[in-house]
Design a protein around this ligand. Sequence first.
Ligand code: ZN
Length: 396
Amino acid sequence: MSIIDEERLKEIALSREDLARYSRHLILPEVGADGQRRIKAARILCIGAGGLGSPATLYLAAAGVGTLGLVDADQVEASNLQRQVLYGTDDVGKPKLEVAQSRLQAINPDLEIVRHDARLTSANATEIIAAYDLVIDGSDNFPTRYLSNDVCVFARKPNIYGSVFRFEGQASVFAPHLGGPCYRCLFPEPPPPGAAPSCAEAGVLGVLPGIIGLIQATEALKLILGAGETLAGRLLHFDALKMKFREFQLRRDPACPVCGDAPTIFAPIDYEQFCAGPAADDDDWFAAPEGVPTISVRELKSRMDKKEDLVLLDVREPYEYEIARIEGSRLIPLGELETRMSELPRSGTLVCQCHSGMRSEHAARLLKEAGFENVYNLQGGIDAWSVEVDPAVPQY
Ligand SMILES: [Zn+2]
C-alpha cells in the first residue's frame, strides 16, 4: 500500500511535460500515471546531504519527487568530494544545502527543495519530520540516528536507514507501524561515549555510499508507489570486497524502549555527540584500550576441551548472537555490561568475545576496572573462531 495520502493525491495532475519526461516510468505497470502522481505528491526528508544523501537526492530529484527536505548544517570540504557527488571542486567552503539546492533544481526545476540549514536536535526534530511522508536517514553519527529513529516511531513515519564503513554497508526500513522493528529494537542504547575514534579517521570506499544511498532511494520510491516488498523486517548487508549481499531477518522487540509493548521513551533525546560506527559488526569503530591480556581462539578451544573453569562472555548485540555464537557463551551486550556485572562470577577466568575483538577489548577493560582479575580478550573474536576453529559457525 502506498504511503501517500489519497486526499492529497486528488490535487496532483501530470502536465504534458511530465508525460514526456517520465515516459520510462509511465510504461512500467507498477508505476504508471497513478504512481508518477504519487511520486510528484511525495514529500521526502533526507537527513544529511553527504555520502548517502548525495546519490539518494540526485536520483529522487530525477525521478520526479515533488518535495525534498534536506537537513544539513555543514559546509563542503575537500575530503567530501571523493564520495559526496552533489558537490564539485569549486564548491569547497560553501554551505552544502546552498549547493545541493541549485544542483538538484538544475536536474529538475519542478522540484521543491525545503532547506533545513541546521543539525537535527531534540528541539527541532519533531516539527521538521512532521511535514514529510518518510525520512531517509543519511546521517553519519549515533545521536542523529537515534533521534531520527525515535521521532519517526512517534510520528509513524518510515525511517529508511543506511550506513557505510570501509568496504561494507547496510540498509533497512524501520517502520514498526508497517511491520518489523525500529533501530532501537536492534540497539536499545548507543554505545558509551568515548568508545570510538573520531569520525574523520574512518575510511570508506568512495563508491560505497552510492550503492547504499540508492538502496535507500529505491525503498523510498517503493513505499511511495506501494510496490514490491520493502526492507521492513530485514537488514541488507553489503560487502564490496566480496561483492556479496546478505540478508538478516529482524524482529520487533516487545521490550523495545520506543516501539515496544511498554515503551519508556516518549520524547526525543539528544545524546552526547561522539563518533562511532554505523554497523553492529564494525568493531573497529571501538578504540583499542591498552593493557588487556589476550587469548587466541586455538588456545581458548584447547582450554574449553580441557573443561577449564572459564566463562566465555559474548558482548555483541542479540541479533548478532542469533546469527552466530560460540557454544556455551553467555550474552551480555557491551551497552548493558556495566549494569549487569553482578551476573558474572568473581572467581575463575573470564574471556570476553565479540565479532572481531575490539568491543570485547573494551568490555575486558571495563571488567578489569571493576575489579575482575582473570580477564582475557579473545583475539579476532568469533570471526577468527569461525576461520580457525569451527567453520560451522557462520561468518557475517
Ligand atoms: Zn523498536
